[in-house]
Design a protein around this ligand. Structure first.
Ligand SMILES: NC(=O)c1ccc[n+]([C@@H]2O[C@H](COP(=O)([O-])OP(=O)(O)OC[C@H]3O[C@@H](n4cnc5c(N)ncnc54)[C@H](OP(=O)(O)O)[C@@H]3O)[C@@H](O)[C@H]2O)c1
Length: 324
């Protein structure tokens, strides 16, 4: 039995652990090279250690992340709660339209994810894009059709745009929101979290480690390898200044790391917000997974801890980390 607390995923009613695993990096693109054997071992270790929630997308490594998760699930699908996303594949950035111009095309797109994952259902499908016209209606109608067919148990949306979320949820059938939230980005606390709580929308927190910044492992002179999009953070003076400011903030958090790692502190912080259902830190190797997992087993942050965090980023303050 898992020692990790389980929570209800919004109106889907699905029970998931408050810590999940983000599977973008294991796709092997955008975050530098990864090793498939290590990724598979990491997914198995996560399951063995009590995590039941896994977040992937059709676009991560052009489907490779889904394929790996499918391999890891072989013969034990029922132990996994699987969330995927659709929207960025073939997206026309100039026109702001996705290739899914009809409900049937959208349904076929999700069926491709099911094939890669080697399963006949997804627990959660999420709209990965937040371009209003004419995509939104197609996504909502497509997801509802897939739900009626039993191919997805619930659907949601990934966005930081409050208006988009409200429109997406106009009929109040959206079960989840995935959003960037961390000690460096507390903006969802203002309007979005009160809304999700009022509408029984489960919240999946991406970027809880601010893409690694909040682990404290980067230094003033850190560089990023070939194929790692975090190169953007140091590519010019303006970006680099933002990165340096973030490092100043991380330094102020160090006294709180007493007996825990900064990564654990960062993950604890997001899991503790009453609007949040699950934090889905990404990881590339088992050592990172194990470090992050302990966050789910520690006692909650104290009011004094939270005061220090408020002095670094005030409630509702900060900025979105992605796009970097
Ligand atoms: N639009 C969307 O819907 C969207 C966007 C972004 C992310 N996501 C989802 O959210 C998940 C998590 O977000 P994220 O990956 O952007 O950011 P994150 O969780 O804030 O950071 C994850 C990265 O930090 C590093 N890391 C993780 N644990 C660590 C530890 N204990 N010590 C040191 N370094 C550690 C790893 O990269 P290195 O080892 O390379 O530093 C890892 O890939 C993704 O995997 C994906 O599932 C969704």
């Amino acid at each position: 039995m898992s020692l990790i607390e389980k929570r209800r995923l919004g109106k889907s009613g699905i029970e998931i652990t408050k810590l999940g695993l983000g599977l973008w990096a294991i796709g092997g693109t955008e975050w530098g090279e990864t090793d498939d054997k290590e990724s598979l071992d990491m997914i198995s270790a996560a399951l063995d250690l009590g995590i039941n929630f896994f977040d992937t997308a059709d676009i991560y490594g052009d489907g490779h992340s889904e394929v790996l998760l499918g391999k890891a699930m072989q013969g034990r699908r029922e132990k996994f709660i699987v969330a995927s996303k659709i929207g960025w594949n073939g997206f026309d950035h100039e026109k702001g339209v996705s290739v899914y111009t009809t409900v049937d095309k959208l349904v076929a797109g999700v069926e491709s994810s099911l094939q890669r994952l080697g399963t006949d259902y997804l627990d959660l499908i999420q709209c990965h894009i937040d371009f209003r016209e004419p995509n939104m209606e197609i996504y909502v109608a497509g997801f509802q059709k897939l739900q009626a067919q039993g191919k997805v148990r619930a659907y949601g949306v990934s966005t930081s745009d409050f208006e988009y979320l409200q429109e997406f949820n106009a009929d109040n059938k959206t079960s989840t929101l995935q959003i960037d939230y961390s000690i460096l980005n507390r903006t969802p606390e203002k309007d979005i979290f009160p809304y999700t709580m009022a509408h029984d929308i489960g919240v999946l927190v991406r970027g809880p480690l601010a893409m690694g910044i909040l682990t404290g492992k980067f230094t003033r002179t850190s560089t990023f390898g070939e194929g790692d999009f975090r190169q953007n953070w140091v590519r010019n003076e303006k970006e680099n200044q933002i990165f340096q400011n973030d490092l100043d903030k991380v330094q102020k958090l160090e006294p709180l790391a007493n007996g825990r790692t900064l990564a654990q502190l960062a993950i604890q912080f997001v899991m503790q917000h009453p609007a949040v259902t699950v934090a889905i830190p990404g990881a590339k190797r088992i050592s990172q997974l194990k470090d992050n997992l302990k966050a789910a087993l520690l006692p909650e942050l104290t009011d004094d801890d939270l005061k220090v965090i408020d002095s670094v980023t005030p409630p509702g303050g900060g900025r979105k980390i992605w796009p970097a």
